[in-house]
Write a protein that binds this ligand. Structure first.
Ligand SMILES: *Cc1c(COP(=O)(O)O)cnc(C)c1O
Length: 453
């Protein structure tokens, strides 16, 4: 093909995508509206795309970038003596933290038993995935007021506990777990604590600098032994950028993998993946340098302003927050509104919201999720006008009919609706509630196979 023909294929491939720059998405992307951020990021991304993070002795720029990016993260988390690793995403950071905890536990306890991770039900699924890959068991505990319940941890912690995992904040509700309280319990048993600040690590420190009341969760809390924070979220770097920090070098060493027995090269991996493009690391560095503390503070104040407007506006429409509002996430419920219909109406009006199933056992109703970005500050008014319309509009999906379809096992119709853009895919979280877990997981795998066939 000619270059032009290839370029037109790229253009065609994009036709059905949502526009990440539009300010109409409330997940997946963290849009600032600042074109300069995109400019420095793109330059760095391309310039270092062909260099490989596999061998830091060959590409020395990688060592420089990684020390700088990790250093910035250490400052934010008050971990002057911490040791960190750059990874390609939050899931990878969490995978490394779980491996470190497992190997540390084995070294100390020398037991063959399956070690446990204690975590609230609101923990990110990346911990379940890491445990699945690494042979650990996750014990999920009840939440109180949409946060980890300290009493539950006090009761559950045991000799089998390799790690306590908490969030700052958690994805579904945006609440910060009581890290200080739980750390006191963990201290008695000498248990490691990971704080998942993938979402909050690059914004809560700036909220604090702006005078917001942020619960303590970082290395200033004595018992916290590792933290994950994503540069590709509120660090505003292109995707493929996260950091995991360990309180000391000993723990970081447990996260590494080294092989000296194979012919070929000495295999030294600080992260899960081996060959990786240097581009995302260089881009993360470039964005951090461009913004600096002051740049991040300004963007954080826009997020606070967006939160204030949208929270107030949704409250006026009868929505209530499911937990304390203390991060850049809003999770709002409304018993008067058919949320499946609402989310689909908003989709028709061009907005991408997320429906979340509640935890009825713990008093949390179904709700909508909004991860707020700086650009939402200027979008708030238009968003709220449309939200008011969407509450009144007759939904073009019949919720009762959808539930009936689920009961009859007519999933193909629902999948078709999602594929054609009539139904928002997040309604699946609620629909699948009425199906046994194992069956639901198998069903989803089959849908994925079909989707990519
Ligand atoms: C985004 C996120 C993660 C990890 O997600 P990736 O998609 O792998 O970057 C983990 N925990 C929380 C709370 C998150 O928001």
């Amino acid at each position: 093909m000619k270059i032009d023909e290839v370029l037109s294929l790229l253009e065609r491939a994009e036709l059905k995508d949502l526009d990440p720059k539009s300010g109409r998405l409330f997940a997946y992307v963290y849009e600032t509206g600042d074109e300069n951020i995109r400019k420095v990021a793109e330059k760095a991304l391309l310039r270092f795309a062909e260099k490989n993070l596999l061998d830091f002795t060959v590409f020395r720029s990688a060592v420089f970038f990684e020390k700088e990016v990790v250093g910035f993260a250490k400052n934010l988390m008050h971990g002057a003596d911490a040791a960190g690793t750059f990874t390609f995403g939050g899931t990878e950071s969490i995978m490394l933290a779980v491996k470190a905890a497992r190997d540390f536990y084995r070294k100390r306890e020398g037991k063959a038993e399956v070690p446990e991770i204690l975590a609230p039900i609101s923990i990110h699924p990346a911990f379940l995935k890491a445990a699945d890959y690494l042979g650990l068991k996750v014990v999920r505990l009840a939440v109180k007021d949409a946060k980890a319940d300290t009493d539950e941890f006090a009761e559950a912690v045991s000799d089998k506990t390799a790690l306590i995992a908490l969030s700052a904040p958690n994805w579904p509700f945006g609440t910060v777990d009581p890290v200080e309280e739980i750390a006191e319990i963990a201290a008695e048993k000498n248990v490691l604590i990971h704080v998942d600040a993938c979402l909050g690590g690059f914004i809560l420190p700036f909220f604090e600098m702006l005078g917001e009341n942020v619960p303590k969760y970082d290395f200033r809390v004595e018992g916290v032994t590792s933290i994950s924070l994503d540069v590709h979220k509120y660090g505003y770097a292109p995707k493929g950028a996260s950091v995991v920090l360990f309180r000391d070098a000993e723990l970081k060493k447990c996260s590494m993998f080294v092989d000296v027995t194979s012919p070929g090269y000495v295999f030294v991996n600080q992260a899960v993946l081996s060959s990786r493009p240097e581009g995302p690391l260089a881009a993360a560095f470039a964005v951090i340098k461009y913004l600096g503390i002051e740049g991040y503070k300004k963007l954080a104040s826009k997020v606070l302003s967006a939160r204030k407007k949208i929270y107030k506006g949704l409250k006026a429409l009868g929505f209530e927050s499911v937990g304390r509002v203390e991060s850049s996430v809003l999770a709002m419920s409304n018993p008067e509104v058919d949320l499946i219909g609402f989310v689909n109406n908003m989709k028709r009006l061009g907005w991408q919201l997320h429906l979340q199933k509640g935890l009825k056992k713990y008093g949390i109703p179904d709700n909508i999720h909004l991860t707020l970005s700086p650009i939402h500050d200027e979008m708030a008014e238009e968003f709220l006008e449309d939200a008011a319309k969407a509450v009144e509009m007759k939904p073009d999906v019949d919720t009762k009919q959808i539930y009936a379809m689920v009961e009859r096992g007519e999933f193909a119709e629902i999948v078709k609706g999602i594929e054609e853009g009539r139904l928002d895919s997040s309604i699946v979280t609620i629909l699948l509630e009425s199906i046994p877990e194992d069956f639901a997981a198998e069903l989803i795998k089959n849908v994925v196979m079909e989707w990519f066939r």
